[in-house]
Design a binder for this molecule. Structure first.
Ligand code: ADP
Ligand code: MG
Ligand code: ZN
Length: 730
């Protein structure tokens, strides 16, 4: 009926309603397909312009297009946009008042709406179905269709009920759209929506303008503060996992002179939309957010996306970083990674049903492997989406290409790994294969007779950690393939089979080391910024020497003078006055006056001689919440409140409280904890601990625990250490 519509016909409304002169990518084909009555499946990256693929046909076809969309904010955005074009559109969701809801329904029944947005849970209500039967529906668009799949990064169970509901209505074309779809998720979407016949439109996921970098999460706050301050006027998003962290970090940014606002689902909707508006209008430079923020937010010039915590999957990572540089200009994406965050996330999933938890775990471990890999980030991401990236490196647009990791001869590993997959029949995941290769005496291996294979125990002498990277690269280079039905299971790909019959020398990239002990980690330059050095090594050594001399003169252990972290901080911030010196971590007024002068003089001389440019505005201050806590703790200790009670009153764990007390004391406030110490030990034991601290040259708590752990509890040691410090150093 409308098959005669040609490109020009579509271009006129494109200009008329949207003001655009031409279509982007495959938009036109997609719209033509839909208008000819066929189902469509659109897989295009964030920012590619998917919405237009259903908005435009909705406007020019008779009837009302039904758009299923998961987020209320997103619906409202789009409806507002349609209204601004002079088009009637509406949305229905659970946040509306009864009368608004009825008014929209009435309009729809009268045929006055071109687009009707609904939340999936609304769609699934029986009474809603009754209402829909009275509406002339032109087609159904399912936006963010990956929500259908448990294997996607944002599973919404109600999305799975869309199709059964639609089956109760007259048949109309369906268009499903998503920005992220691995082959597995794609298959889920097609099956669940029963659109096996749909035309599939997929464009490349390569976001060539985005720079990807993964940093070890060692002292990330100053790095982030510094980066933001070095890029004034550039908008950015900082993602954190927890609401608490979002609040803390936003506050910390504000204290440090950065215009930042928090955003998470725990804020009321008014505050959320206010903060969103502030970010869009650039009243706020940075939004610190949980992943609740960003879906459907159309700010084209976000210049950086920083992940303070590890994302839940590579898809989430791609989706979230995808919000940077939508306009095709600069987009810097930095992820701070440490393995313990992965473990933390895994724990969060405990309450989920088993199947979801298993899926979640696999996605998470893939993310970890991505972070730890030395392979070009872009190549890895594209491979994840089933897309071939021709070159072995992207050039200069990821950390691994800027600072290439060394290669090693992996011929032996590759051969063993492929043989292990082959000889066990392609039915197992990496962990199992590795335990066979390492000759593990597990029940399962014995039962399956895999201890009889020639490769059993063949890799005893190869470091276990290496395997993750070997298997990862075998996947990326298409020697192995993932089983699409069973997660984690690896199969031989044709290339792998060829290799076994005709092997050749092969080189792999070393994987990255994220050992948290690595002191010099995290010092590669953040893109756009100059080299970030954690601290000035030369000055650090000079200050350490001065600390030692001072300690000897006072007959005190060096750490009593200043902690090593304080010395590091001095070698970062170059305080040249006593006032500045007080801002150093672990140094308060008292301490600055007592020991500070020679240190300040040394630094001042060094700064002058070396012509150091001091990072003046780069002092990371702590936030108010923290100082309220501190004040409270000091008051309570003065009143001799038992520490357990203080912790309870302030809703923190005992360990957290001890940590806070340490901070207070190390920054130069004297506390008297004798009452608490006496509660748990007699004087003789206290004296024994004091002796240790007097004679030991190190302030290392771990070392103390090792030495004394047989006779004392950690708490006893920690408390005595604080008290000794308080009595002698302040
Ligand atoms: P997606 O849903 O794929 O993430 P959107 O539909 O939100 O992307 O579109 C991203 C941006 O691209 C929007 O600002 C939109 O107005 C713009 N856009 C879409 N199509 C075109 C076009 N043909 N020409 C110019 N801009 C477009
Ligand atoms: Mg979209
Ligand atoms: Zn690269």
């Amino acid at each position: 009926m409308v098959a005669t519509i040609t490109g020009t016909d579509l271009r006129r409304p494109l200009k008329k309603y949207f003001g655009y002169d031409s279509f982007r990518g495959k938009q036109e084909e997609i719209i033509q397909n839909l208008m000819s009555g066929r189902d469509g499946f659109v897989i295009m990256p964030t920012g590619a312009g998917k919405s237009l693929c259903y908005q435009l046909p909705a406007l020019i076809q008779p009837g009302t297009a039904l758009v299923v969309s998961p987020l209320i904010a997103l619906m409202k955005n789009q409806v507002d946009q349609m209204h601004s074009f002079g088009v009637e559109a509406g949305f229905l969701n659970s946040s509306m008042s009864r009368s608004d809801y009825e008014a929209v329904k009435k309009k729809a029944v009268k045929g006055r709406l071109k687009l009707l947005y609904v939340a999936p849970e609304t769609l699934c209500r029986e009474d809603f179905l009754e209402f829909l039967r009275g509406v002339n529906i032109s087609f159904v668009a399912i936006d963010e269709a990956h929500c259908i799949s448990e294997w996607g990064h944002d599973f919404r169970p109600e999305y799975r009920r869309i199709r059964p509901m639609l089956n109760k209505l007259p048949r109309v074309p369906i268009i499903a759209l998503t920005a992220t779809a691995t082959p597995k998720v794609q298959q889920d979407i097609i099956h669940n929506l029963q659109i096996e016949e749909a035309s599939v439109f997929k464009t490349s996921f390569n976001r060539t303008n985005l720079y990807y970098e993964v940093r070890p999460k060692i002292n990330p706050v100053p790095q982030v503060v510094k980066y933001i301050k070095q890029n004034p006027g550039k908008s950015g998003i900082v993602y954190c996992l927890s609401r608490k962290k979002v609040e803390e970090l936003a506050e910390l940014f504000v204290v440090n002179g950065i215009k930042a606002v928090p955003y998470h689902a725990g804020l009321d909707s008014e505050t959320r939309s206010k903060h969103q508006d502030m970010f869009l209008s650039e009243e706020a430079q940075v939004v610190v957010a949980t992943i609740a923020f960003g879906m459907g937010i159309d700010k084209p010039d976000v210049r950086f996306v920083i992940h303070f915590d590890v994302p839940k999957s590579i898809e989430s990572y791609y989706q979230e970083t995808g919000r940077a540089g939508r306009d095709g200009l600069e987009g810097v994406c930095v992820l701070f990674y440490q393995f313990s965050d992965v473990v933390k996330l895994e724990k969060f999933m405990k309450e989920k049903p088993l199947s979801e938890r298993e899926a979640g775990k696999h996605l998470l471990y893939e993310m970890a492997a991505f972070a730890e890999s030395g392979v070009c980030r872009r190549k890895q991401i594209l491979h994840y989406f089933g897309e071939e990236f021709e070159d072995s490196r992207c050039g200069k647009m990821c950390d691994n290409c800027r600072h290439p990791r060394p290669f090693y001869d992996a011929t032996q590993h590759v051969t063993l790994a492929l043989r292990a997959v082959n000889e066990t029949g392609g039915r197992f995941g990496m962990n199992y294969l590795v335990s066979v290769l390492r000759g593990s005496q597990s029940q399962q291996i014995k039962e399956l007779g895999h201890d009889q294979l020639s490769i059993f125990g063949a890799a005893k002498d190869i470091d276990e950690k290496l395997w993750k990277s070997v298997f990862g690269q075998l996947l990326i280079h298409d020697f192995l393939a993932k089983d699409i039905h069973e997660y984690g299971v690896l199969k031989l790909a044709p290339k792998g089979l060829d290799y076994l019959s005709d092997p050749f020398t092969i080189q792999f990239v070393d994987s990255l080391s994220f050992e948290p002990t690595e002191k010099d980690a995290g010092m590669t330059p953040m893109a756009g910024g100059e080299d970030y050095k954690a601290y000035d090594k030369t000055l650090f050594d000079m200050l350490m020497k001065l600390r030692k001399e001072t300690a000897q003169r006072h007959d005190l252990p060096p750490y009593i003078i200043f902690l090593e972290t304080s010395i590091e901080d001095m070698a970062t911030k170059y305080p040249t006055t006593l006032a500045e010196f007080e801002n150093i971590v672990g140094v308060g007024k008292g301490k600055a006056e007592k020991f500070g002068r020679p240190f300040v003089e040394l630094i001042a001389k060094y700064v002058e001689e070396q012509e150091v440019v001091k990072p003046v505005d780069f002092v990371v201050k702590t936030s108010g919440k923290n100082s309220q806590d501190k004040l409270f703790i000091i008051q309570q200790i003065d009143r001799r409140t038992p520490l357990e009670d203080i912790a309870d009153l302030r809703d923190m764990s005992y360990e957290e409280l001890l940590e806070k007390i340490e901070q207070i004391v190390y920054s130069g406030t004297k506390l008297n904890l004798k009452y608490q110490l006496r509660e748990i030990m007699d004087d003789e034991r206290i004296e024994e601990l004091y002796d240790y601290f007097r004679s030991s040259g190190s302030d290392d708590l771990e070392a103390a625990i090792q030495k004394l752990g047989a006779d004392f509890t950690k708490e006893e040691i920690q408390l005595a250490r604080i008290q000794y410090y308080s009595e002698n150093a302040i």
